[in-house]
Design a binder for this molecule. Sequence first.
Ligand SMILES: *Cc1c(COP(=O)(O)O)cnc(C)c1O
Length: 389
Amino acid sequence: MPNLSEILFQLGEDGELSSSPVTPPIYQTSNFYFPKVSDLRKAFTNEFRTHIYTRGNNPTVEILRKKLAALAGAEDALVVSSGAAAMSIAVLAQVKTGDHIVCVKNPYSWTEKLSRIILQRFGVETSFVDAGASDAIIAAVQSNTALIILESPNTFTFEVQNVKQIADFAKSNGITTIIDNTYSTPIGQRCIEMGIDIEVHSASKYINGHSDVIAGVVIGSSTKISSIFQSEFMNLGVNISPHDAWLILRGLRTLPVRMRQIGESTQQVIAYLKSAHWVEKVNHPFEGDATKVDLAKSQMQWYGGLFSVYVKSDAIAAIEAFCEQLRFFKMAVSWGGHESLVMPACAFYDSDYSGMRKYPANLIRFSIGLEDANVLIGDMQQSAVVFVK
Ligand SMILES: *Cc1c(COP(=O)(O)O)cnc(C)c1O
């Protein structure tokens, strides 16, 4: 485990300033000037390591890049405008026409669309494989497989993959690995140490943690990150604003504290749910099948606050009433912020309840925020009266 105090409170913050602010400034500037042509010429030879233009590098963003790379135990990181952008540039940089990708089934929806809609148009095929079956993921590899995309756990049904086993296999077969590690954050699941090449995050969730920024992160070796920087990152223009980077720096400092609190509350809420008359099953990386739970606990250090339940009723009217009567859980997409959230799978259905049925109607997802656990349990109890015993 890296030195969290050193990384969160010191690393990268020793820039030369005329005074010594305890919080770094927001370099709200689009470009940087040079006194001499020779300096500018030199800067052009290595835009990755200098400040020329904020679509490339910016000092405020750079502090965040350094901290995130160090937290993951990696050489470098890019901070981008969204988690979707992070996955897009990381994947696009690894494949060419004729290549094949193995990806877990039901990953984050825009990861699936990237493969199924965009990459397919350019002659890159993807096999989607059961996310809970590491052996099946390895077995789906073909002679033209260039990339394996993992998401452990995924964020509706929480299947986990054996990250080290798959990373080892990929390495010995010359296949690149990318993992969406948003659920666990760079601290909570040490993917780079387990041999994964590229870690991708939505910083909109726990990393920022305050539901006020959309951002993403790509983490990996200097070689991989610099190559993504020189092409996909600069070309697609997915930089984050210095102001948003500054907000994330602020949020990041409390990440371990928030995760400790959220983990404790979530364990209390799940203990209640397991005894509640209206709940059939709780889906969380640390709940259910013993083999899965052992694997999850061997890879993940934190008890995450995002989970789902199957309720015993599949009466959609009751499920809708339950979600609408909650007072502290706000009904919304996303997760990982200060506020607790609820997201019923039936919201993905058409209004006549036909259409997309990736998940059964009795599936409801919760994200536990920073409210008191007893307040959250009380809220669920008062709303669950809609489920008659
Ligand atoms: C939210 C999310 C993303 C996408 O991130 P954005 O910042 O919303 O673009 C990707 N993966 C996972 C697991 C997510 O939860």
